[in-house]
Ligand binder design. Structure first.
Ligand code: AMP
Length: 112
């Protein structure tokens, strides 16, 4: 499958890993938008939030279990933001479900 994040998961493209378990992988964004910018992805290929179903939604819970652990590991004691982009209007550039974990400074109040 021609998916950048599947290639990262397969080790075909290098990444800066910050966390991994059976279901979830997290690595540093190559173009950070904040002092801490980590991408948290399911190991299973799901194209975006629109592809979450009753059959695969358990992995989303796994991701949100991992996020506080990653935030703690990254020292985000004063809060953080989690964003997922979906589709054209969401400006999603990589078609593999991912959650941006942003923090390390006071973030903008603007979201769009
Ligand atoms: P989105 O625009 O929500 O699809 O986010 C995709 C993110 O992937 C962007 O923030 C990119 O900077 C990031 N990205 C693209 N290629 C890589 C890569 N090889 N390693 C790490 N992050 C990447």
């Amino acid at each position: 499958m021609d998916c950048l994040f599947c290639k990262i998961l397969a080790g075909e493209i290098p990444s800066s890993k910050v966390y991994e378990n059976e279901w979830v992988y997290a690595f540093r964004d190559i173009n950070p938008q904040a002092p801490v910018h980590v991408l948290v992805i399911p190991k299973e290929h799901i194209p975006c939030a629109d592809g979450v179903t009753a059959e695969n939604s358990a992995v989303v819970a796994r991701i949100f279990e991992a996020i506080p652990e990653i935030a703690k590991q990254e020292g985000l004691t004063n809060g953080y933001r989690v964003i997922t982009n979906c589709g054209e209007d969401g400006c999603q550039s990589v078609k593999h479900l991912h959650f941006h974990l942003l923090g390390g400074k006071k973030l903008s109040e603007q979201m769009a």
